[in-house]
Design a protein around this ligand. Structure first.
Ligand SMILES: NC(=O)c1ccc[n+]([C@@H]2O[C@H](COP(=O)([O-])OP(=O)(O)OC[C@H]3O[C@@H](n4cnc5c(N)ncnc54)[C@H](O)[C@@H]3O)[C@@H](O)[C@H]2O)c1
Length: 320
């Protein structure tokens, strides 16, 4: 009997990639992961997601760089994926300001390799990670997919916007069905150490001061990892040509309130250092999620529950 065509996930050892892989394998899908395990943050966490979070599951893992055209070509030719979730990228706004060339290389050139292989191998659907940062200094809140996004504020945001443009080109020229998902601040267990929740947790545990940018007035739609996964799976099953979809929590939270929730979960007060806004950052990212809602998706996790889950995981993982 012919083997079922797999779903290939780039960035499969990452925070969102590993969570998507687990959910897909729970649905009995065959999964292929591609990741280069780079050291933008501690690769041990990436290895542990594979070893611990995905323990007991059967999947194929390629340690490969999406910039390596030949290798990516070989992987696609061998695996013949029916669908692709493209998440591999240099993420992180601030690092991109010092390393714009790396971001262009990975996020744009690497993405072109994935797009090319999706076309060649007649992939049925490609879902890829864009970002709320493409909204830049758009002032119309909440951010709607129909708003112009011509004012990115960091090289990272510009590469994600470039990915969306390229995706449109490929869907137009090659009839490759593609959905760009604009993720809004994702958090949860097995998360990314460069993101606020993780950094706050590290410092609160050590009794160190936390930097509170824009004096805590920053507004975010924090999105719990399980809600991200259910959203990705929702669009992965839809027939489309080209679409852009926001995915974010349904509550506008200030950074200060988010910190209060973390303090409660740790049962410990944070020492705060109030700071001005950082370059490249945006004061508010609030999602209009009506489009994804119409597809039957709903965010289910409030920060009170999601942060608690993160803190429980953090305590167990780091034995604190
Ligand atoms: N987490 C968020 O809040 C958020 C928000 C908006 C957009 N995104 C986007 O979602 C995607 C996944 O983010 P994440 O939070 O899981 O980040 P992550 O860094 O945990 O995952 C990305 C993975 O891609 C891998 N990778 C990076 N460069 C690669 C390369 N050249 N070749 C192969 N693999 C490579 C990394 O090793 C990592 O495991 C990224 O594209 C990111 O830009 C994330």
């Amino acid at each position: 009997m012919a083997q079922k065509r797999p779903i290939l996930i780039t960035g499969g050892a990452g925070f969102i990639g590993s969570a998507c892989a687990k959910a897909l394998m729970d649905k009995k899908e065959r999964v292929v992961l591609v990741d280069n395990f780079n050291d933008y943050y501690d690769p041990k966490l990436k290895n542990d997601r594979i070893k611990k979070l995905l323990k007991g599951y059967r999947f194929t893992l390629y340690r490969a760089d999406i910039r390596d055209k030949k290798k990516i070509e070989k992987i696609f030719a061998k695996e013949k994926p029916k669908k692709v979730i493209h998440l591999a990228a240099m993420a992180g706004v601030r690092f991109s300001i010092e390393h714009p060339d790396l971001y262009a290389d990975v996020n744009i050139m690497g993405s072109i390799n994935i797009l090319e292989e999706c076309v060649k191998n007649k992939v049925e659907n490609l879902v890829f990670a864009s970002s709320s940062s493409v909204y830049g200094n758009t002032t119309n809140i909440p951010f709607s997919e129909s708003a112009p996004v011509d004012t990115p504020l960091s090289p990272y945001a510009a590469t994600k916007k470039a990915d969306e443009l390229l995706a449109h080109v490929y869907s137009h020229l090659h009839k490759l069905p593609i959905v760009a998902m604009r993720f809004f601040t994702v958090y949860g267990p097995w998360g990314r150490p460069d993101m606020a929740l993780f950094k706050f947790a590290d410092r609160i545990v050590k009794g160190e001061k936390i930097d509170v940018y824009n004096h805590g007035k920053m507004k975010r739609n924090f999105t719990y990892i399980d809600d991200i996964v259910s959203g990705v799976l929702t669009v992965l099953d839809r027939k489309t040509t080209y679409d852009v979809v926001n995915i974010g929590g349904d509550r506008e939270e200030t950074l200060l309130h988010f910190i209060e929730v973390i303090e409660k979960s740790f049962d410990k007060k944070a020492k705060k250092r109030m700071m001005a806004m950082q370059p490249g950052d945006v004061p508010a990212t609030v999602a209009d999620i009506s489009k994804l809602r119409k597809m039957g998706w709903e965010p289910k996790t409030r920060i009170e529950e999601g942060v608690k889950n993160f803190v429980n995981w953090y305590r167990e993982y780091y034995k604190v």
